[in-house]
Design a protein around this ligand. Structure first.
Ligand SMILES: Nc1ncnc2c1ncn2[C@@H]1O[C@H](COP(=O)(O)OP(=O)(O)OP(=O)(O)O)[C@@H](O)[C@H]1O
Ligand SMILES: [Mg+2]
Length: 279
């Protein structure tokens, strides 16, 4: 069997099929389907409240779907699947927390169990390597609560990667980071996706910083999804159908803006919708 044939028979890392979720009597996700191949970098893009976190929680098995299926590496996903690493949206690391960056990364090795015995030499070597992979050597011994947002993000990524998952889910890892730190995290993740052959699914409400590295986009709006290569999905006709009303896609100074039109045709409303990628 040639290389091409071999990879053609590999299962997708993630298959989401017809997933719907209702919460509090409201439909949050509506028939969401997409797949992610090995080592692919996928942006999960959508405005606040679109259902990004809910979808990631369904993939993790933390949120029950009312319909649909999720398969990880061709298998129905199970809770605490070691093939999936996760960096949640809000992680509060208190400055009093007596934990160094390297301790937090080590915790990722044992499925987040606390109170494990001291790491063996092999474990600490793996932790050291992972901290190096995310450019965190410099603050490996600092208290995590004292690190900046961008530094904490690196440590949390190392924590999620140390168990060698095939799929890494990150929920808005760029929120609260300045442009430069955000770009550093993105290129770090793109590098890791390639070198460690990890598929990355990263949620964000601002797509522009991701355009250079995204293989595919899953665009969520009103609980529905459109997926594919960014140049095919970020189109006025595709997104208008998704939003259920007319939106324009503008290309301005190398940036893509999704602009919600108003019902009465009085021109674009630049503030009504996230869409409006700023910054
Ligand atoms: N437990 C719940 N009960 C009822 N509604 C919920 C629950 N959890 C989330 N929701 C609603 O589901 C919708 C989607 O929420 P979700 O957190 O998935 O959005 P999001 O795309 O991650 O938004 P953000 O960009 O602000 O993080 C929101 O309207 C939210 O209020
Ligand atoms: Mg969210």
């Amino acid at each position: 069997m040639g290389l091409a044939e071999a990879s053609a028979t590999l299962p997708d890392v993630l298959q989401v099929g017809g997933v719907s979720v209702a919460l509090g009597g409201r439909k949050i996700l509506d028939d969401v389907s997409f797949t992610i191949g090995a080592g692919e970098f996928t942006g999960l893009i959508g405005p606040n409240g679109a259902g990004k976190t809910t979808l990631l929680r369904v993939i993790l098995g933390l949120q029950r779907a009312t319909a649909g299926t999720v398969a990880v590496l061709g298998q129905p996903r199970s809770r605490r699947n070691p093939s999936i690493g996760y960096v949640p949206q809000k992680v509060l690391l208190d400055s009093d927390l007596p934990m160094r960056a390297r301790d937090l990364v080590a915790l990722g090795m044992d499925g987040h169990r606390f109170g494990m015995p001291l790491p063996s030499r092999q474990r600490s070597e793996a932790v050291r390597e992972m901290l190096h992979a995310v450019d965190a050597d410099r603050f490996a011994d600092a208290r995590v609560g004292n690190l900046s947002g961008g530094e904490q993000q690196r440590v949390l990524i190392a924590h999620a990667l140390i168990s060698r998952p095939r799929l890494l889910l990150l929920d808005e890892p760029l929120a609260n980071l300045d442009l430069r730190s955000g770009q550093e995290i993105i290129s770090l993740l793109a590098r890791i996706a390639t070198s460690q052959h990890v598929a990355v699914l990263l949620s964000a409400h601002e797509m522009n910083p991701l355009l250079p590295v995204m293989d595919r986009v899953v665009y969520l709006a009103a609980g529905r999804a459109a997926s594919g290569p960014a140049d095919q999905v970020i189109q006025a006709d595709v997104l208008s159908k998704l939003y259920g009303h007319h939106v324009d896609v503008l290309h301005v100074h190398g940036r893509v803006l999704v602009v919600a039109g108003t019902e009465d045709g009085e021109g674009a409303d630049l503030t009504a919708d996230h869409a409006l990628e700023a910054g």
